[in-house]
Design a protein around this ligand. Structure first.
Ligand SMILES: *[C@@H]1O[C@H](CO)[C@@H](O)[C@H](O)[C@H]1NC(C)=O
Ligand SMILES: *[C@@H]1O[C@H](CO)[C@@H](O)[C@H](O)[C@H]1NC(C)=O
Ligand SMILES: *[C@@H]1O[C@H](CO)[C@@H](O)[C@H](O)[C@H]1NC(C)=O
Ligand SMILES: *[C@@H]1O[C@H](CO)[C@@H](O)[C@H](O)[C@H]1NC(C)=O
Ligand SMILES: *[C@@H]1O[C@H](CO)[C@@H](O)[C@H](O)[C@H]1NC(C)=O
Ligand SMILES: *[C@@H]1O[C@H](CO)[C@@H](O)[C@H](O)[C@H]1NC(C)=O
Ligand SMILES: *[C@@H]1O[C@H](CO)[C@@H](O)[C@H](O)[C@H]1NC(C)=O
Ligand SMILES: *[C@@H]1O[C@H](CO)[C@@H](O)[C@H](O)[C@H]1NC(C)=O
Ligand SMILES: *[C@@H]1O[C@H](CO)[C@@H](O)[C@H](O)[C@H]1NC(C)=O
Ligand SMILES: *[C@@H]1O[C@H](CO)[C@@H](O)[C@H](O)[C@H]1NC(C)=O
Ligand SMILES: *[C@@H]1O[C@H](CO)[C@@H](O)[C@H](O)[C@H]1NC(C)=O
Ligand SMILES: *[C@@H]1O[C@H](CO)[C@@H](O)[C@H](O)[C@H]1NC(C)=O
Length: 505
C-alpha cells in the first residue's frame, strides 16, 4: 500500500495546488458605496501597498485619484466611509511586516485577510492597528510568518475567527486564553511543539480547532471537555500525541469528524466512543499503536472508518453489518485474523474496502463492493471468483500477495471501468485472458510472481501507451476523494487550500 498512498499523496498535492490556484483568483470584490473613502485611509492603503514587493496583484487597481472604497479587496462602512474590511488574500505581496505598518491608520477594520501572500517578519503587532476593539476576523494563513506570535495578539478580544494555518510559528502565547470569543482557531501546519497549549482550554466557544501537522507531544489534557462546542476534532492528527486515547473525547457531544491519526496513541479503542453514535460520521484512528479488538457496538452513522496501521487483532465485528451508511472501511496493516467478510457486501454504501496486510484467510466469495478493493497481503486462497466481473464500477482491484490459485477469470474483461489491477504474488496459472485487452481505462497492471503465460509485453506497452498515465491519476484522485469523504473531498470548505498533503501513509 505504501506505493499506492505515496502516489496518492503526490496526486492530492497536485490537485490541491490546482484547487488552490483555481480558487485564488476570484472573489476579491469591491463593494460600491456612495461615500468616498477618507483621504488618510486611502493614503494609508497606498502606503501599505508600497511597503511590500508587489508582484502581480489586485492592488494594481489601486489608484491615488480614485475612491478607495471601489478598489478591489476594500469594503467601506456605508455610513462613515471608513475601511472596515480589507481582503488582500492571494495578492502576490511579498516582504516583511514592521510594527510601523501603515495598516495602523485603518482604525475601524473588522476583517483583515492577508492569506496566501508571502509575508514574513514578525506577525503584525495588533497594537499597531490602533483600535483593536473591532477586529473580529483575522486570516494570516499561508504565509511565512515565523517563530513566536506577539502576545499582544491576546488583546484582540473580539476575534471570532483566527487563522494562522501554514506558517512557521513555533509558540502559542498564553495570552491566547483571552480570545474567548473565538469560534474558529486554526494553527495547523506550523512548528508548534511541546504539550497541548493549556491556554486554549479557555476558548469555550470554539467549534473548530486545527492543530494538525505540528510536533505536539504528551497527552491531551482531560479538561479539554471545556471545549464543549467543538464539532470537528480532527485537530490533532499528524502530531506526536501519546498515551491512551482519552475517554473524555467521548463527551465531546457534537463531534462529527474525529481524526486522531498519525500520532503515538496506544491502548485500546475506547468503547465509550459509542456515545458519539448520533453525530460521528468520520473516524480516523489510523497510524497509531492501538491494540486490542475492533469496536463493535458503536458508530451507527459512520461513513468512514480508518483503523489502518495499528496493532488491532481479532475478527471484524459482525455488528459492522448495522453500519448502513458506511462508505469506507480501511483496516490495513493490523493483525486481523478472519475469513472473507462476505457479509459486508450487504452494506449498501460501501465503496472502498481495504483489508490488506492482515491475517485474512480462506476463499473469497462473490462480492459487490463497487469502487475499490484492496485485499492484498493476506492469505486468501482458492480461485478468484468469476462473479468479480459483476463489479462494473470497480476502479481499483488489488489481490496481490495472497495464495490465490487457478486462472484469472475472463469475466474480468467486464470490469470496464477498471484502471488499476494487481494480482501479483499469488499462485495463479494459465493464460492472462485476452478480454483484459479491451479494458480501455486500465493503466496500471501487475501480474508478476505467478505462473501466468500469454503475457505479450508489447501488448502491455500498447495498452499503457494508449492510455496516458493521467487516467491512473484520475482514478487515484477519485479514490482518494471518495476515501475520506470529509477529509479530502471538500478542500474549500474546511481546509481551504491545504497545500501540504494529509496522506503520508
Ligand atoms: C495622493 O495624491 C495626493 C494629492 O492628490 C497626495 O497629496 C498624496 O501624497 C498622494 N498619496 C500617495 C500615497 O501617493
Ligand atoms: C497576473 O494575474 C492575472 C490574474 O489575476 C493573470 O491573468 C496574469 O497573467 C498575471 N500576470 C503575470 C505577469 O503573472
Ligand atoms: C481569506 O481569503 C481566502 C482566499 O481568498 C479565503 O479562502 C478565506 O476564506 C478568506 N478568509 C476569511 C476569513 O474569509
Ligand atoms: C518602518 O520601519 C522600518 C524598519 O524599522 C523602516 O525601514 C521603514 O522606513 C519604516 N516605515 C515607515 C513608513 O515609517
Ligand atoms: C496588549 O497586551 C499587552 C500584553 O499582552 C499589554 O501589555 C498591553 O497593555 C495591551 N495593549 C492594549 C492596547 O490593550
Ligand atoms: C480565561 O478567560 C477569562 C475570561 O473569561 C480570563 O479572565 C482569564 O484570564 C482567561 N485565562 C487564561 C489562562 O487566559
Ligand atoms: C521546541 O522547539 C524549539 C525549537 O524550535 C526547541 O528549542 C524546544 O526545546 C522544543 N521544545 C520541546 C518541548 O520539544
Ligand atoms: C486544565 O488542566 C490543566 C492540568 O492538566 C490545568 O493546568 C489547567 O489550568 C486546566 N484548565 C482549565 C481551563 O480548566
Ligand atoms: C514521538 O514521541 C516519542 C516518545 O513518545 C519519541 O520516541 C519519538 O521520537 C517522537 N517522534 C517524533 C517524530 O517526534
Ligand atoms: C447510542 O448510544 C447510546 C448511549 O451509549 C445508546 O443508549 C443508544 O442506544 C445508541 N443509539 C444507537 C442508535 O445506537
Ligand atoms: C488465525 O486464527 C486461527 C484460529 O481461528 C489460527 O489457527 C491461526 O493460527 C491464526 N492465524 C494467525 C496468523 O494468527
Ligand atoms: C459480461 O457481461 C455480459 C452482460 O453485461 C454478460 O452477458 C457476459 O456473460 C459477461 N461476461 C463474462 C465473461 O462474465
Amino acid at each position: 500500500m505504501k506505493g499506492f498512498w505515496n502516489l496518492t499523496s503526490t496526486i492530492s498535492l497536485t490537485l490541491s495546488i490546482l484547487f488552490l490556484f483555481g480558487y485564488n483568483y476570484e472573489d476579491v470584490s469591491a463593494v460600491p458605496t456612495t461615500h468616498l473613502c477618507r483621504p488618510e485611509q486611502r493614503d494609508a492603503l497606498l502606503q501599505f501597498k508600497n511597503e511590500f514587493e508587489v508582484l502581480n496583484s489586485s492592488t494594481e487597481s489601486w489608484m491615488n485619484n480614485s475612491d478607495c472604497c471601489t478598489w478591489e479587496g476594500i469594503t467601506c462602512d456605508a455610513k462613515s466611509g471608513e475601511v472596515i474590511e480589507l481582503d488582500l488574500s492571494c495578492s502576490n505581496l511579498r516582504g516583511k511586516f514592521y510594527s510601523n505598518s501603515s495598516l495602523r491608520n485603518l482604525h475601524s477594520l473588522t476583517t483583515l485577510n492577508l492569506s496566501a501572500n508571502d509575508f514574513s517578519g514578525q506577525i503584525i503587532d495588533p497594537s499597531s492597528i490602533v483600535d483593536l476593539s473591532y477586529l473580529t476576523s483575522l486570516d494570516l494563513s499561508f504565509n511565512s510568518f515565523p517563530g513566536q506570535i506577539l502576545s499582544s495578539i491576546g488583546n484582540l478580544s473580539h476575534l471570532t475567527y483566527l487563522n494562522l494555518e501554514l506558517n512557521q510559528i513555533s509558540e502559542i502565547p498564553s495570552s491566547f486564553g483571552n480570545l474567548n470569543q473565538l469560534t474558529t482557531l486554526d494553527v495547523a501546519v506550523n512548528r508548534l511543539n511541546g504539550s497541548f497549549p493549556i491556554a486554549l482550554l479557555n476558548l469555550t466557544k470554539l467549534s473548530y480547532l486545527g492543530l494538525y501537522e505540528n510536533q505536539f507531544t504528551g497527552t491531551i489534557p482531560h479538561n479539554i471537555t471545556s471545549l464543549s462546542k467543538l464539532t470537528t476534532f480532527d485537530g490533532t492528527s499528524h502530531n506526536n500525541f501519546s498515551g491512551k486515547i482519552p475517554s473524555f473525547i467521548c463527551d465531546l457531544g457534537s463531534v462529527e469528524t474525529l481524526d486522531l491519526s498519525n500520532n503515538n496513541f496506544n491502548g485500546s479503542i475506547p468503547r465509550c466512543l459509542g456515545n458519539l453514535n448520533y453525530t460521528l460520521t468520520d473516524l480516523n484512528l489510523g497510524q497509531n499503536r492501538l491494540h486490542g479488538g475492533l469496536p463493535g457496538n458503536i458508530f451507527a452513522n459512520l461513513r468512514a472508518l480508518d483503523l489502518g496501521h495499528n496493532k488491532l487483532m481479532g475478527k471484524l465485528p459482525m455488528s459492522l453489518i448495522n453500519f448502513s451508511s458506511l462508505e469506507v472501511l480501511n483496516v490495513e496493516s493490523n493483525i486481523i485474523n478472519d475469513t472473507f467478510p462476505i457479509w459486508l457486501s450487504s452494506l449498501p454504501e460501501l465503496n472502498i474496502l481495504v483489508l490488506r496486510s492482515n491475517a485474512f484467510h480462506g476463499p473469497i466469495h462473490q462480492t459487490s463492493f463497487p469502487k475499490a478493493l484492496d485485499f492484498s497481503g493476506n492469505k486468501f486462497e482458492g480461485e478468484i471468483p468469476s462473479s468479480i466481473g459483476l463489479l462494473k464500477e470497480l476502479l481499483m482491484l488489488n489481490l496481490s500477495n495472497n495464495a490465490f490459485t487457478g486462472h484469472i477469470p475472463s469475466s474480468m474483461g467486464n470490469l470496464t471501468a477498471l484502471e488499476s489491477l494487481d494480482v501479483s504474488q499469488n499462485q495463479l496459472s494459465g493464460e492472462i485472458p485476452q478480454e483484459l485487452g479491451s479494458l480501455s481505462f486500465l493503466s496500471y497492471m501487475n501480474f508478476s510472481h505467478n505462473q501466468l503465460t500469454g503475457l505479450v509485453l508489447s501488448w502491455i506497452a500498447a495498452v499503457i501507451g494508449v492510455i496516458p498515465g493521467i487516467a491512473f491519476g484520475w482514478v487515484i484522485g477519485y479514490i482518494l476523494f471518495s476515501y475520506k469523504p470529509q477529509w479530502f473531498m471538500n478542500p474549500f470548505a474546511r481546509n481551504k487550500h491545504r497545500i501540504s498533503s494529509t496522506t503520508t501513509h
